[in-house]
Structures are given as C-alpha cells and as structure tokens.
Design a protein around this ligand. Sequence first.
Ligand code: PGA
Length: 272
Amino acid sequence: MHDPQMTPQPGAAGSRSRRVPFVVANWKMHLTRGPAERLARDLIRALAEVRGVEVAICPPATALDVVGRVLQGSPLLLGAQTMHEETHGAFTGEISAPMLLDLGCRCVILGHSERRQWYGETDDALARKVRSAISHKLLPIICVGERLVEREAGQTDALVTMQVEAAVSGVGEHPDVSLVVAYEPVWAIGTGHTATGEEANRVAALIRWVVASRCGAAAGNALRVLYGGSVKPDNIHEFVRQPEIDGALVGGASLDAGAFAAIVRAAAERGA
Ligand code: PGA
C-alpha cells in the first residue's frame, strides 16, 4: 500500500486566490466489490484528460481495498465515509484512522447528516474525529447543514455556525491545517431540491468566516467549502461559479461515471 506520508497533502497548494477545486464522490452504501472496481476504472478513463481539480472517491468500507488498488498511480484520491476517533480498541464494527491509512485513504467524510440522523453522531464525537483525522494526516471533509424545520425557523446561520465551531473546536489556531467543509442542507440531500447558488454562497462565506475566527485567517483562506445535496451535471455550474464555493460533495450522481465526470469538468473549468 502506498505511504500517505510520501505524497503531498491534499489541498496543500490552497491559497486565497488559488484554492484547488475539489469534488468528492460519496458512494454511500452502494456497490459490492465487482461493480465498485468497474466504476472506479470507468472514472479513471472518464477523467483522464481533466486537469486543475482534485477528486476523491469514497466507496463503502468493503470496497476500499479493491478501489484503492484501482486508483493507485492515478490522481484520484481514496476516501472513507466515516471513521472512529480512537486508533484501536474494543469498538465493534468501527474503523480507525490508521486502518484507513493502511488502505491508502487520503481523506475521510465526517459528520455526514445520515451519520448524525441514523447513528446519533454528535458534534462532540465529530470534533474528536476531526482531530484524529488531522493528526493522522487524513484530510477531513466535515459535513454541516440545516434541516428543513431549522431553515423555516430562520435558524440556518446559527445552526451552521454552531456545527462548524464544534467540529473545529479541537483544531485550534493552525496556519497549515488543510480542512474541507461540505455545506449540505439536509433537505437537499437525495431529494432533487437544491439551495440557490447565491444562498449556498452566502452560507459558504459564513463557514469560511467561522473557520478563520477559530483556526486563523490562513486556515480560513485555505479552507475549501463544497456544496452538497442533489448536485447533478445540470446544476453544478450554478454552484461552482460562486466565489466562496470550491467544489461539490456528490451522492447519487457519483454512481454514474458520465454524470460524475461532467460535474468534475465543471469544477475544473471554475479553477482554470
Ligand atoms: P446526493 O447526496 O447528491 O444524493 O443528494 C449528497 C450527500 O449526501 O453527500
């Protein structure tokens, strides 16, 4: 397995004017090893000519090994969908940062709303996971976003601020830290509804401000904010043309190589 210490950290080149666009595929609980391997091969082919964008593929844990082998030697990063905050121990069913590194993972989705909703993941646990990921040099992709009732009650900004503050509470002032935050309104995930580009941009700016105030201006400038929730080839342009949005976290559309490649190309054009 490749050694993540030997390769540059994802996003290391990020700066205010030149944050590298980032598109993340979240395959969720889809695909056994055979179809996962085929989709990974199709993606490598579909993205062979695309430059100026970073791409991560997050298969289910059972397919990390086989997909990792396919991605080896390609620019596509391997990522996991969740992680436990401890390195080892009596935590039945869980997977730790060293285990993900052993499989070649470079990044990990943390605090996805489905983890919060169905598995009771708390902001406290998320903070510990973020800290563990950073200390193991795994890029954390931190998910935040409001539910419909919270949006309708005018609580979006307060809630997102609280979620981001909690998630980075263990990071501290850290000029060199690489962080990714995905703004995913819960009501937009898998529903076909999306936030408007302007509204997503406004919340993305808020997220950057919160990270800057907690982790320092450099971390805020380097932070990549992704939009997530029903991203498709026909709506991605609305998001990536926003100045505060640096890419996308894609669920359903990432299971189709053609659709996902179109989304990645749109993000790459934004970075060009
Ligand atoms: P979706 O999922 O693109 O299917 O809405 C996004 C996500 O949950 O990350």
